[in-house]
Structure formats: structure tokens, C-alpha cells
Design a protein around this ligand. Structure first.
Ligand SMILES: *Cc1c(COP(=O)(O)O)cnc(C)c1O
Length: 396
């Protein structure tokens, strides 16, 4: 059976760096800064890119290549690069592809550090941006400029779990020769493959579901071969390379990504349904709940609803904080996509630097709680959430 005939679940398990003379079953870790040349001519050919082979780990490494190959299989991408973090993937795409005078169009609810890059760093180099509300088709058409060279979106958004119609936006961008870059961290390629909807590039923070166990920081960009080639040249010299050890960790983790996502999604759907029935809960947002305003789109665009659930406790900031303080099983930490269920209160933490109006514009009410549903028995997670909800209301 050739690789292209294999199901994705098989390919991410069976794709592997050729074994060393030791015939190891699981991939070895190549902790080496450089690789040796056979002779002067081999060295010359490698540097001239006339021969295939490793030179120096800033340029490439067997573990990093294995991880990239699997990510390309998962996203259906022709090419990719791996980076030291999700943010270095975002920064590399923007700094590596844009020129002074270019304009970026982004969905309003982007990751906090992405917002910082757009508002604080790129303007220093004469690169501007505008924000558009994700689902506002007219807004995109009004905000686009002749200088718009790249669109950057996250769907589902963090933490409001609003969706952007990728097929629509893919067409919008292609009609105008604009590069579409999708941050696919929340959905993972198991649930959503933006390239099939017309995106040119997809980025991931491997730190989240790809590692899936909260152990390491990393990032990846996959997509159009021409764009990736341009970025490959850019990172060779700017050096945001992924370490071989982290690449090895992520590559091993990808073996279980399809299986883990199945459980994350099943647990999250059960928790979302449970929350909808609780009197202390004002509203619940989950892409594959029929009550989600974009349920039809979610069904079209995402294979399952994902591992993130957002809801609001009745009351406001005080009740939201009390809910968090009452949790016993769920972790309070600034991460997501872990085997362990994690709760966050964006209004007092991740989004506290925004004004109340800015928070409202991205759908963050004072009592909003974001849960990254883990792989524990969901009954235990629900029991913890239920007792914390009771306390959030009791102490009023
Ligand atoms: C975490 C995250 C990032 C940044 O990734 P790092 O690995 O922390 O640099 C970007 N986008 C989204 C949606 C994220 O959740």
C-alpha cells in the first residue's frame, strides 16, 4: 500500500524516519547540531541544494522533517516548516511574506500575541492592519484595500467559539490574490482542514492539541509550496528552528491525535449539553450544539465540535472568579488542548488588558468561562463543574 492510499490514522502512526543500523522500532532522537559531509564535493552539492541531505539543525533535522511530513499529511499540504513556538509560526508567516506598505486583514478575535504583532511590531516596518468581525461579509468587502496582501483568521475563535466560513473567505481571498492564513489551533486538522476550503497557509501552536499533554512549546506552518519555499529561506537565516527533541515529542504525539480528538470532542459535547441544563449558567457555546448560532456552518466545516466549551455563569466577574476558585479537579492554568481539563476566566486573566468595550467586541462577557475539556472520565469533570457552579451562586 502506498502512503497516499493509507488512512490518515495509519499514516501518522507509520510515517517514520528510516531506522538506524540499530533497527529501532520507535524513531531515534537526533540531538546533533550538524551533520557530516562525505567529502568536499558532497558538501558543495548540499549547500548548492543539488543533493538531498542534512547540513545543520537550524536548516533541518530528521526529527523535525518527520514531524513536518506528518503535519502535511494531516492538513493535506504539499509543504511545511516547523518552528520554535506557535507565535514564531505567526511571526514568520507575516515577517517572511509581507513588505513595507502591505496591509493585513484579520478577524477581530485573534490570539493575544498575534494582536501584539499586528499592533506593535509590524507598524514599525510600515505594515498596517484592519480588524473585521469574523462573520460580517460586508465588513470584509469594506475593509479590504488594494494593498491587502494577507488575511489572518482563527476559527473557532478564542474564547467565544465564533466561526468564520472558510469556503466563503477562501473564495474572497482567491478572487483578490490575497494570501489566506488560518490559525487552526482550536480545531486541529482532525476536525477541520482549511486548505480544502481555499486557504493558502495553516499555522499551529504544537503546544496545544498536537503535543496534547502540556509538555513542550512548538509551532508549524504548512501549505502552498511556493510560499513555504519563501519562508524556508527566511527561517534558515532568522533561526526560529524547532528543537529535535520537541519535534520527536510532537511526532510521537501525532500518532494519537485522531484518537485523542475523538475523546476530547465526545467529552466536550457531553459537558456542553450538561451545562445547558444548569440554572446557574446564562448561556453555553459549543460549535456542535444545535443552539450555536452557526450550527449549520459548524456541521459543514468541522467534523466534530472540538474540545473547547465556553459558557457564562449567571452574574458577572465575581461569580466567574468564584466558580474558578471552587474547582477542585479542573486545573487553573494558561494552556489548552491538554489531557487534563483546564478552566480559564478570560475577563480577569488572558483578556484583562482589553477595555470592557474591546472585550464585548470579541464576545467576552464578565462571567465567561472557557473550558478546555480533557480526557478524564467526563462524569468526574461534570461533577467538579456542578459543585463549583453551586458555590459560585451560593456565596453571592
Ligand atoms: C497558544 C496559541 C498560539 C500561540 O502558540 P505558542 O505555542 O504559545 O507560541 C496561537 N494561536 C492560538 C489560537 C493559540 O491557542
Amino acid at each position: 500500500m502506498t502512503d497516499s492510499e493509507q488512512k490518515i490514522e495509519t499514516a501518522v502512526i507509520r510515517t517514520q524516519t528510516p531506522a538506524s543500523p540499530h533497527r529501532e522500532h520507535s524513531s531515534a532522537i537526533y540531538m546533533t547540531s550538524s551533520f557530516t559531509f562525505e567529502d568536499a564535493e558532497h558538501a558543495r552539492a548540499l549547500f548548492a541544494r543539488e543533493a538531498e541531505g542534512q547540513i545543520y539543525t537550524r536548516y533541518g533535522n530528521p526529527n523535525v522533517d518527520e514531524f513536518i511530513e506528518k503535519m502535511c499529511q494531516l492538513e493535506g499540504a504539499p509543504a511545511g516548516i516547523a518552528l520554535a513556538s506557535g507565535m514564531s509560526a505567526v511571526f514568520t508567516a507575516l515577517a517572511g511574506l509581507l513588505n513595507s506598505g502591505d496591509h493585513v486583514l484579520a478577524s477581530r478575535a485573534v490570539f493575544g500575541s498575534t494582536h501584539q504583532i499586528l499592533t506593535r511590531i509590524l507598524p514599525r516596518w510600515g505594515i498596517g492592519h484592519s480588524y473585521v468581525d469574523g462573520m460580517d461579509a460586508e465588513g470584509w468587502a469594506t475593509a479590504v484595500r488594494p494593498t491587502t496582501r494577507l488575511c489572518l483568521v482563527e476559527t473557532p475563535s478564542n474564547p467565544a467559539l465564533d466561526l468564520i466560513d472558510l469556503a466563503w473567505l477562501g473564495e474572497f481571498c482567491r478572487a483578490r490574490d490575497i494570501i489566506l492564513l488560518v490559525d487552526n489551533v482550536f480545531a486541529t486538522p482532525v476536525l477541520q482542514r482549511p486548505l480544502t476550503f481555499g486557504a493558502h497557509l495553516v499555522m499551529h501552536s504544537a503546544t496545544k492539541y498536537i503535543d496534547g499533554q502540556g509538555r513542550a512549546i512548538g509551532g508549524v506552518l504548512v501549505g502552498d509550496r511556493f510560499l513555504i519555499d519563501e519562508l524556508t529561506g527566511f527561517i534558515r537565516h532568522t533561526g526560529p528552528s524547532l528543537s529535535p527533541f520537541n519535534a520527536w515529542l510532537f511526532s510521537k504525539s501525532l500518532e494519537t491525535l485522531p484518537l485523542r480528538m475523538e475523546r476530547h470532542c465526545a467529552n466536550a459535547l457531553k459537558l456542553a449539553e450538561f451545562l445547558e441544563g444548569q440554572p446557574q449558567v446564562a448561556w453555553v457555546k459549543y460549535p456542535h450544539l444545535p443552539s450555536h448560532p452557526q450550527y449549520e456552518l459548524a456541521k459543514r466545516q468541522m467534523k466534530a465540535g472540538g474540545g473547547m466549551v465556553t459558557f457564562a455563569v449567571q452574574g458577572g466577574l465575581a461569580q466567574g472568579r468564584r466558580f474558578l476558585d471552587a474547582l477542585q479537579l479542573c486545573s487553573l492554568t494558561a494552556n489548552l488542548g491538554d489531557t487534563r481539563t483546564i478552566a480559564t476566566h478570560p475577563a480577569s486573566t488572558t483578556h484583562s488588558s482589553l477595555t470592557e468595550e474591546e472585550r464585548q467586541a470579541v464576545g467576552i462577557s464578565p462571567g465567561l468561562i472557557r473550558i478546555s475539556v480533557g480526557l478524564e472520565a467526563v462524569e468526574d469533570v461534570m461533577a467538579d463543574v456542578a459543585q463549583a457552579l453551586a458555590q459560585s451562586a451560593d456565596d453571592r
